[in-house]
Design a protein around this ligand. Sequence first.
Ligand SMILES: Cc1ncc(COP(=O)(O)O)c(C=O)c1O
Length: 403
Amino acid sequence: MNVEQLRAETPGCRERVHLNNAGSSLMPDRVLGVIQDHLALESRIGGYEAEAAGQEAIEAAYRDVARLLGAAPSQIAFTENATASYTQALSSIGLGAGDLILTTRNDYVSNQIQFLSLQKRLGVRVVHAPDLPEGGVDPRAVGELIERERPRLVAVTHVPTNSGLVQDVAAVGAVCREHDVLYLVDACQSIGQLPLDVAQIGCDFLSASARKFLRGPRGAGLLYVSERVLERELVPLFLDMRGADWIAADQYRLAPGARRFENWEFAWALVLGTGEAARYALELGLAPIAERVGRLAARLREGLRALDGVRVLDRGRTLSGLVSLTVEGQDPAALLLALRERGVNTSAQIREYAVLDFDDKRVQATLRMSPHYFNTEAEVDLALAALAEIIRESPRPAGVGVP
Ligand SMILES: Cc1ncc(COP(=O)(O)O)c(C=O)c1O
C-alpha cells in the first residue's frame, strides 16, 4: 500500500490527524470529485435530466457496491444512512405481539432503541444473547436460544461503535441458516474496514453507511437483501413509488429486486460517491486495508497502555480499528477538545450509546480513536504524545476519578 500516494489523494490529511474514521472518514479527492461533478451537472441541466444522463454511472455504483459485498447488483438498495437501511429491513419482517428479536449485548444504540420501541408498541420480545468470556456474542448460545425461543429475527452488529470488538457474524450466520431464521447484520463500521462476503456471513440483510471506513459521503447508506427475502416478498412497511408500481385503484406491483427497499427521492450525487468509494476500496483490496488498520490500532493500543492512568477497554477474540479508552480522572469530552486543539480528531462516547457494554465495564464515558489505512505510524505516535501531554498538564485532583 502506497500510503504517501493515498495521503496525497486525501486532502484532509494535510490539515488534521484524523483518528475519527469510525465517526466519518476523510473522502478521497476522487470521491469528492464524482459528487461535485454530478451536483454541477444537476445545477446546469436539471436534477432529473442529470439522473438520466448518469444512468450508466448509477448502474456502476450498484455493481461495485454489490462487488464489495459479494452480492448481485439487484440485491443492493441505496438509502440515506445505515439506520434508514435498518428500519426498512426491520419493518419488512412483519413483527407482531410475542415475536422475538434475538440480538447481542453490543448491538448499536439506535437498533436497541428500535427494538424497545417495537416492544412497547407491538409487544415484540427482545432477548440479548450472552457474550463469550473474552467478549463478543457466543454463537453457541445463539444456537441454543434459537432452538428454545424460535426468534423471528437474529440481529448482530458486526463491529460495534463503542469498542474494538469484532463479532463473529459468520458463526452466528451458520446457526441462523441451520434453523432458517432471518438474520440482519449491521456492518456500518466494518464496511470498508474488513472483507465482507454476504454468502459467507449467511445474512438476509446487511446495513451500512458510506461515510465511515468506506470513505464515502455523509448522508448515504445502503442495504443488502438476500434472495430469500426477495422470494418471500418481504417488503418495507411503507413502500413508495420506487418500491412498487400503482397498477390499479386497489393494487400495486412490487419493483424488482432490492429496489423495493428504496425511496423515490435520492441524492444521486451521493450514490455515485458511494460507488466511487467502493471502487477505491476494491482497488486497494479489503485484506490489505484490514491488515493495515489492525496494525495501526495495535500500535495505538500498545502506546496507550504505556500511558499513566489510561485503561484500554477493547475486548474480544478479534479486534477492530476502533480503540476505546478512559483516562483516570479525565472527562473524555474534555480530552476530545484538548486533542482537537492539537489537530487530532477523536470521538467521545457516552454510556447512552452503549448501556450494556459500558455498565459491564463500569464506565460512564470513553474516548474513541479510530485510525484508517491512510494514517501513518507517525500520526499515531503524535496522537499518543499529545494525549500524554494533556494528561501531564492536567494532573487529576487527589481522590477524584472517572472509573
Ligand atoms: C455500528 C453502527 N451501526 C449503525 C450506525 C448508524 O449509522 P447512521 O448514522 O449512518 O445511520 C452507526 C453509526 O455510528 C454505527 O456505528
